[in-house]
Design a binder for this molecule. Structure first.
Ligand code: EPS
Length: 375
């Protein structure tokens, strides 16, 4: 079973991620992981912290001569802004943040003991785990890509079916969106929010190309891939909604308008569809089409123009605490979404084709590909 767990506080010494169940025999390319970490740090709308950090992984275990050996892989990302023990107490919780419910749950009179771990800084560790999953998936020509669809109500209209076009357009954009016109408007919208001491949310889209039919499962509720992806995406800090394929759009249409009709492609010997409203998943199982998920991010709760709150010690009305933060982290979340979706697809892939070494996984996968052509 492929799993990961993270540790670390926002202003602690470092972030750690331990990945278990990763097959032996894969070249662990640190530069690929670091490129994703850098992309997560970027995107227009980030605050001062990202000028302090320059996230890079240090591989502490699980490899020999840069090749995985099947043992737990431990990755470390250092925090340059390490100052957790000297930071002031926080007693005015921010509406929308883990501050108050966390303080109540853990019996803390200082909200800092909650916010340090609740911080989206943790997502750097998840991106490292996801980058590792992407190395595994790339070996089987599966590519997972995230980009921005909407920031503060400004919608990117463009969509591409071609992987290279998505990468090219996304990488050119300061907000990781595919639509140049929308990009300019999004940047203006972020500038305005910043000037007004406010913050902005948005929508990200993640697509997975080359996923074979048969990942996930219909036989038990927790095997369903749509449920797994929704859970993983929803667990990202500030995510409040997830859709697969047409998502909420299904509810407004007739069945005859939305279900993707089935064809058989004689020359390739595969089943196919002309539409992909299902987002590549039917009955909790991948159907061989592109897997498409979207997630909605709420605006960041740290506001320079703070909302009303209460001091948890004095119980008197006060403005919520303010501190350095991002105005908009939607571009960063598109990188995190890509990572968590890649990891979950890799987890299901290993579950189905599992093996201790990459060669064993490859053999199982090739056998399966032959089998599905035979039914
Ligand atoms: C965050 C607050 C900011 C963000 C941070 C998440 O950090 P700081 O309080 O140090 O300015 O920059 O995000 C990251 C550090 C990161 O790596 O993404 C919060 O309160 O969640």
């Amino acid at each position: 079973m492929l799993t990961f767990t993270t540790a670390g506080e926002s202003h602690g010494k470092c972030l750690i991620v331990i990945i278990n169940g990763f097959p032996a025999g894969i070249h662990l390319d640190e530069s690929g992981i670091n490129a994703d970490l850098k992309r997560r740090q970027g995107g227009y709308g980030r605050g001062g912290r990202m000028r302090i950090e320059s996230d890079k992984v240090c591989v502490l275990s699980g490899t020999r001569k840069n090749i995985t050996i099947g043992s737990p892989i431990c990755l470390k990302i250092e925090n340059k802004d390490y100052k957790i023990d000297v930071l002031p107490d926080v007693t005015r919780p921010r509406p929308g943040h883990a501050d108050l419910p966390g303080a109540l749950k853990y019996g803390q009179g200082d909200v800092r003991n909650i916010l340090e771990r609740a911080s989206a800084r943790e997502t750097a560790a998840r991106v490292a785990a996801g980058a590792l999953a992407k190395i595994l998936l790339t070996r089987f020509d599966i590519k997972v890509l995230g980009y921005v669809k909407d920031i503060g109500g400004i919608n990117s209209k463009k969509s591409f079916k071609n992987l290279d076009e998505i990468v090219r357009n996304r990488n050119k954009s300061k907000v990781y969106c595919l639509d140049k016109l929308a990009e300019a408007k999004m940047i203006e919208r972020i500038k305005k929010a910043k000037k007004e001491g406010d913050s902005l949310g948005g929508i990200i889209e993640i697509v997975a190309f080359g996923v074979p039919p048969g990942l996930g499962g219909h036989t038990q509720w927790d095997l369903r891939l749509d449920g797994i992806l929704a859970g993983a995406l929803m667990s990202i800090q500030a995510i409040k909604g997830v859709e697969i394929g047409l998502g909420f759009g299904f509810s407004r249409k007739l069945g005859s308008q939305v279900h993707d009709e089935i064809f058989y492609c004689e020359d390739k010997g595969v089943f196919g569809r002309e539409t992909n409203n299902a987002g590549g998943i039917e009955g909790g199982i991948t159907n061989g089409e592109i897997v498409v998920a979207r997630a909605a991010m709420k605006p960041i709760p740290t506001l320079m123009k703070p909302l009303r709150s209460v001091d948890i010690i004095t119980k008197k009305p006060e403005s919520a605490s303010t501190e350095r933060s991002d105005v908009c982290a939607v571009p960063a979340v598109s990188v995190v979404g890509e990572a968590v979706m890649a990891f979950e697809i890799a987890r299901c892939f290993i579950e189905k084709f599992g093996g201790d070494s990459i060669n064993e996984v490859a053999r199982n996968y090739e056998g399966y590909l032959e089998q599905i052509h035979e039914i």
